[in-house]
Design a protein around this ligand. Sequence first.
Ligand SMILES: [Zn+2]
Length: 294
Amino acid sequence: MTNTAAGWQGPILDNHFHLNRNGRFLDAAKDFQNAGGTSIVLIHCPNFAAPPTSKLGHRESYQDTITIAESVRKELGLGVRVVLGPHPAAFAHQFTQWVDSDGHAGKERAMENYRTSIEEAVKFYHEGQAHAIGEVGRPHWKVSDDIWELSNDLLAETMRLAATDGFALQLHVEGELESTYRDMAAMALKAGLSVDRLVRHYSPPNVDSKITHGLTPSVLVGKNALNTLLETAENSSHGFLLETDYMDDLRRPGAVLGPKTVPKRTQQLVAAGIDEEFLWRAHVDLPDKLYGQE
Ligand SMILES: [Zn+2]
């Protein structure tokens, strides 16, 4: 950009955005757009109270997210990429419930349901209706060893599939520590998956590659994230993405960052003197590389 006084004039992408028909829905996307946003990565969100338990259920639930994406494109003209998959929070609860009530049979059932969920998501990916798989991962709260092991096994399986089928994964993982990054990088290596195809959603602002181990961090850009992000950007291996994890849940207003946050922080990063190369990567190059065209 030539004129920094005018601020950032390029595209602005939020890498983790949910929309909910019972939430603010298109109005939230409109807020993002009015603040200067041009593109969202729309992450599928299941009905947490009752995640799907059948092939048809998964399909219909994904189809709804695809339909929402179409509405956003058509009504607002925003760019939208779609990410589909079994949300680890919803599915860990399902696992726990089934294993507790039905022991080994419950575990089998949970694994089968997870696999069906992935299969249906991957079908949409191959049809060109989804751009990546996610959010997948493991529970971010303490669970039994059994559930933890099962979550890891299924995640490893999904990484192997990502390697053979060529899609990127948006990861929802626990904690904020370097150990999680290290773990994920080791799992990717074992699965034959290029580490940068793992996008860590809800990433802490330290993007130094000594911490990220080559994963792609998607930084949750709360106000307090800016300083660390500015300090560590130069040491990132290949850049980072920016996100709000906007939930669009009217029952929890203010629980997460609002839809205008990524455009606002982008301008603040420019004002603070960030090398704009990083913003081109965050808003254009990395999304293209990870997800393909909108
Ligand atoms: Zn999310």
